[in-house]
Design a protein around this ligand. Structure first.
Ligand code: HEM
Length: 487
């Protein structure tokens, strides 16, 4: 009570003391109002008149103020949202999600415009918290010269000439993984993640950094847990733990760098290429890109492998054809009396298996879309895409359009006996930011499938069907499965 009286007294005297300031305060408020109105007007005009002609925005709806259509997108399978919109408005439509005005594009031509021919007008964009977590200097977030420098190095490590030397190493990782699953009920996605992680680490650090690898893995698991959490950096939150783990990952890579420098070691792995590069990268830049490549390499490849196991399980005749192709490779190697382990040349004789991989990537389209942000007002087919808007090329819609693939919902690897129409098949993206790890991803999938189909059989734990997004499209619950060695 006493306090409240004192409070009133203070506020009354403060009000009196502020009376002479009232005109200035009013002036400030009016200036602020004027500034806000002017900014709103400028934004409106930049959306309609910054280009020489007045152009309309693409068709579509923007939903509620601020919220936009975020709930409609996330309340069901996002692909249903995209498909309905495409049906209603055509291949280029506007919407508003997660606080951002967006244009979604679902024709091969529009996706090519954004990702390839006019790529300089569309910069990659990620939430700031994700950029901080992966490392702001990582390849995904860059454009221009620095991006080109990074890409040259990453490609050097993952083009066929470099990865053909890795077949034996990858095969050892695959055999070890399969052996550990034998007779057990496993979560297929989790196990595929471990496999893809080990292959990625082999390509990044070679075989020599074993002493650091366990610690590195533990940090990465903590980082992963916080990656999709609310970005609240307070002690105890998943995000905070992830940021700490990210820092620790930086220290581990720094230790590996310094140990290599001391030994004056020259290595033909990604880290070695980063270190010896004439492009002169700082240690921070190297660390961000090592973490970035691990991130890009693991869940993507693991999701595709999980879908392959599911589709092969559901299509016995296709599984049979893949198994026969792989058994024939084993037989011919035994007959030749040469090397029993797989070689790069063997992986080039796996055409049926390769078509299964392609068809899985089309049907599952694990990355339904990607994000870009428009750097200046752009005109596309008579529509204006205003500066600052997000643009989402919808890979999945393109892969599931009957204009591009007949009977698109059917799992039919034979469709890839004929090359798809240009720009209609983009599981690895397209243009300047397309996936530099695609050859490694295909190689590690082929190697695993060789041993899986020739040596193991598998059965699903129940009649699980359905998709979950985490954020990649995945069979429900990561596809619980029992794998047993053939007798
Ligand atoms: C089946 C597995 C994979 C799929 C489906 C996949 C898909 C993609 C896609 C669609 C993009 C382009 C994203 C965009 O344009 O915004 C991309 C970029 C990238 N991927 Fe992959 N990826 C896979 C495996 C890998 C592997 C194994 C590695 C590394 C060894 C890797 C490294 C990268 C990197 C570094 C980028 C960024 C390239 C840049 O910004 O220039 N990916 N990936």
């Amino acid at each position: 009570m006493k306090n409240s009286t004192a409070g009133t007294t203070i506020s009354t005297s403060t009000t009196i003391a502020m009376l002479p300031l009232l005109p200035s305060l009013l002036l400030c408020l009016l200036s602020l109002l004027y500034f806000l109105l002017a900014r709103a007007k400028k934004q409106r005009s930049s959306a309609t008149t910054a280009t020489p002609r007045k152009l309309p925005l693409p068709p579509g709806s923007m939903g509620w103020p601020y919220i936009g259509e975020t709930f409609q997108l996330y309340s069901s399978n996002p692909n249903t949202f995209f498909a309905l919109k495409h049906k209603k408005y055509g291949p280029v439509f506007k919407t508003h999600i997660l606080g951002c005005p967006c244009v979604m594009v679902s024709s091969p031509e529009a996706a090519r415009f954004v990702l390839v021919t006019q790529a300089h007008l569309f910069k990659p964009t990620y939430p700031a918290s994700k950029e901080r977590m992966l490392g702001t200097k990582a390849i995904f977030f860059q454009q221009g010269d620095y991006h080109a420098r990074l890409r040259r190095i990453v490609l050097r490590a993952f083009l066929p000439d470099a990865i053909r030397r890795r077949v034996a190493g990858i095969e050892a990782v695959a055999l070890q993984a399969l052996h550990s699953w034998d007779g057990r009920m496993i979560n297929t996605f989790q196990e595929m993640k471990t496999y893809a992680f080990n292959v990625a680490l082999l390509s990044i650090f070679g075989k020599d950094e074993i002493s650091y690898i366990e610690e590195l893995k533990q940090c990465y698991y903590t980082l992963e847990k916080g990656y999709n959490s609310m970005p609240i950096n307070l002690p105890g939150t998943l995000f905070h733990k992830a940021m700490k783990a990210r820092k620790q990952l930086g220290h581990i890579v720094a230790k590996i760098l310094s140990s290599r420098r001391q030994k004056k070691a020259v290595a033909d792995d990604l880290l070695g290429f980063f270190m010896e590069s004439k492009e002169a990268l700082t240690d921070d830049q190297i660390v961000d890109n090592i973490v970035g490549v691990i991130f890009a390499a693991r869940d993507t490849t693991a999701s595709v492998l999980t879908w392959i196991v599911k589709y092969l399980g559901e299509n016995p005749s296709i599984l049979q054809a893949v198994t026969e192709e792989q058994e024939e490779i084993t037989r011919s190697k035994e007959k030749g009396g040469g090397e029993v382990s797989l070689t790069w040349a063997d992986t080039k004789r796996m055409s049926m298996t390769s078509r299964v991989i392609q068809e899985t990537m089309r049907v599952a389209s694990i990355l339904s879309f990607t994000f870009r942000e428009v750097v200046e007002d752009v005109e596309y087919e008579g529509y204006l895409i205003p500066k600052g808007w997000k643009v989402l090329p919808l890979f999945r819609n393109i892969h599931h359009s009957p204009d591009n693939f007949t009977d698109p919902e059917k799992f039919d690897p034979s469709r890839f006996e004929v090359a798809p129409k240009p720009n209609t098949f983009m599981p690895f993206g397209n243009g300047t930011h397309s996936c530099p790890g695609n050859e490694l991803a295909k190689l590690e999938m082929l190697v695993l499938l060789h041993h899986l189909t020739t040596k193991y059989r598998w059965s699903m734990s129940g009649s699980e069907s359905g998709i979950q997004f985490g954020p990649f499209a995945l069979p429900l619950n990561g596809l619980p499965m029992r794998f047993c060695r053939k007798t």
